[in-house]
Design a binder for this molecule. Sequence first.
Ligand code: SF4
Length: 164
Amino acid sequence: MSFAIQALTRSLNVFHLAGSACNNCDIEILDALTPKYDLERFGITLAASIRHADLILLSGIFNKKAAIRARHLYEQAPKPVLVVAVGGCPCTGIIFRGSYNWDGPPGTYIPIDAYIPGCPPKPEAIISAVIKLVQALRRGDLVPACQAEERGVAKPATPGTAEA
Ligand code: SF4
């Protein structure tokens, strides 16, 4: 395991990047981070700034303007950074899919490491997915998606350009 992966996966600073949707996924993310599940005992805390993020949790849909800002925020995160799409909105767009201001799933312009379907997914599902992602990285079964993009394996689309 490289030093970067060891440092990245030891105590995650989580940045919550919410697009526009119904907020149920946001509530489940906050539930996972607050005392009932008490992730702080594992060193997992909420980061106030994208510049401190190890893990970005995306929720909601991203319209054309929000997609550009989401990409800018992602670019400001220190690399390597992990990105997880939480809920059906960032995974597929669900009921918002194809609406006039939808910019496609964020996976087309931000490299995403894991998708958690559900509308909304439970906190247990969010925690389980993040743990599985960390374990896969530590075993060497995965590399962070941002590194694939840096190597040109995954080329992002320009956000804000999707056809309605
Ligand atoms: S996935 Fe469902 S619960 Fe989550 S923000 Fe979208 S509509 Fe709301």
